[in-house]
Design a protein around this ligand. Structure first.
Ligand SMILES: [Fe+2]
Ligand SMILES: [Fe+2]
Length: 189
């Protein structure tokens, strides 16, 4: 089957109502699209993987991501896609063997963290620098739920320098926000 953004988004909306979870999925999608471009991979496939990685989280939190994998299989998503989704959750103990899997793992927490940084800035995305994201990473009281160790370790696993990684995620989110606004969507509203 052909993977398209439209089909992926329709599927997501069948299972997720929470606005904040949809926004998390959109942010991870944005970063996956950015990395797909950077690595010369298929933007639609990588984007859909980001968009759908938490599809079961609202309805089946206990079974996450295994229920999601079932849903994705039923809908014809390919094996490497499914293995990437499986691998983003440490509890499945799944080795992340592809760049898609490693990238999903590396952008999951960080995408939400960067959005959290954007939300507290008066100018939002405008002029956001890696330096200020790093400063917030050191501030333990800020976005407490985000696992800083996971961010560092997953970047290492992907083989990217943390500064470059944060820059790629910022650039991906900024570009995607512009595109989404044309569709009446936003990563931050
Ligand atoms: Fe997840
Ligand atoms: Fe996630």
């Amino acid at each position: 089957m052909e993977i398209t953004r439209e089909k992926a988004f329709d599927l997501l909306k069948q299972y997720v109502n929470s606005k904040s979870l949809i926004k998390h999925c959109l942010a991870v999608e944005a970063s996956m699209r950015g990395y797909a471009k950077k690595f010369g991979q298929d933007v639609e496939t990588w984007g859909a993987c980001g968009l759908l990685h938490d599809i079961d989280f609202e309805k089946y939190p206990e079974q996450h991501p295994l229920k999601g994998i079932e849903i994705l299989k039923e809908n014809g998503y390919p094996e490497d896609f499914i293995m990437a989704v499986k691998g983003h959750a440490d509890k499945t103990n799944t080795p992340r063997e592809t760049n898609m899997a490693k990238t999903l793992y590396a952008v999951d927490e960080l995408s939400s963290f960067v959005i959290a940084c954007v939300l507290v800035r008066p100018n939002k995305f405008e002029g956001l620098k890696v330096k200020s994201v790093k400063k917030k990473l050191k501030d333990k009281a800020f976005a407490k739920a985000v696992d800083r160790e996971q961010i560092k370790q997953s970047a290492q696993e992907l083989g990217v320098d943390l500064t470059e990684h944060i820059q790629t995620v910022i650039d991906s989110l900024v570009q995607r926000e512009e595109e989404l606004q044309k569709e009446g969507l936003s990563l931050i509203e």
